[in-house]
Design a protein around this ligand. Structure first.
Ligand SMILES: [Ca+2]
Ligand SMILES: [Ca+2]
Length: 246
């Protein structure tokens, strides 16, 4: 390479690696600006003060008592999200991501208390106006067990043969595909179920056509009181398998 061209290349490279606040010549740690985990649109463990800040748009706390630094109950690391409501309030927290027509999500959840008189969305894949696919727990079963349903195309499907309990960490998976068959899967083990019953939840329903750009967690309506913990939240355009990101 000719000397002039070499100087030009070196200058261009030095401009490219320089950023405000840096000492010129400092090498950028490539991991500092890397995505939190390859392939995930959201990868949130609630570690450290506040959120992981692992997606560009962050989290929005709409209502309820939302504690993102809760340390008593956690599935991964030392902190998890707690959402609790009482006295006829509602609770909602969500995060946005790049819109898609096929989307998968995963989370760990745990009921500390659950006094439900209405459906509650544990994981919902939504757009700004519509829930396209969601994992619901229904309020019609006696405590401490509760029914699980899939919500898609404007209504809930039939209940799972398996009921959920308080004081148990569950793994949850959900699939949304525009105009196609969605699933919700729940297990106390890290293996994603493909059949309903025997302690596992696996339910399917056809979704309406549309796209999703946000995940809503532990959404509680005004007829519910209780405390729900969420940890290890993942969103991807590719299917999420057994025990991801343990
Ligand atoms: Ca955590
Ligand atoms: Ca935190």
């Amino acid at each position: 390479m000719k000397t002039l061209a070499r100087y030009a290349l070196c200058f261009a490279a030095s401009v490219l690696v320089y950023a405000p606040g840096m000492v010129r010549g400092q090498i950028i740690n490539p991991y500092r600006y890397a995505a939190p985990s390859a392939g995930y649109l959201i990868n949130e463990d609630f570690e450290g003060t506040g959120y992981d800040n692992s997606n560009e748009n962050g989290w929005v706390e709409v209502s309820g008592n939302v504690l993102e630094d809760q340390t008593t109950y956690k599935a991964k690391g030392s902190q998890a999200l707690e959402l609790s409501i009482s006295g006829g309030a509602s609770g909602e927290v969500y995060a946005t991501f790049t819109s898609g027509t096929t989307m998968y999500a995963f989370a760990r959840f745990y009921f500390v208390t659950h006094n439900s008189a209405a459906a509650m969305g544990i994981i919902a894949l939504r757009n700004s106006t519509t829930t396209m696919a969601a994992l619901l727990v229904d309020g019609t079963e006696a405590l401490p067990t509760t029914q699980v349903k899939i919500f898609a195309n404007g209504s809930a499907g039939s209940a799972s043969a398996t009921r959920l309990s308080t004081a148990t960490w569950y793994y949850a998976w959900i699939k949304f595909v525009s105009g196609g068959e969605c699933y919700v899967a729940v297990s106390a083990s890290s293996t994603r179920p493909t059949a309903d019953g025997g302690g596992n939840v696996y339910l399917t329903k056809t979704a309406a056509s549309g796209s999703v750009d946000r995940i809503r967690l532990a959404h509680q309506g005004t007829s519910i009181s209780g405390t729900t913990i969420i940890d290890n939240v993942l969103v991807s355009s590719a299917e999420i398998g057994n025990n991801p990101e343990p």
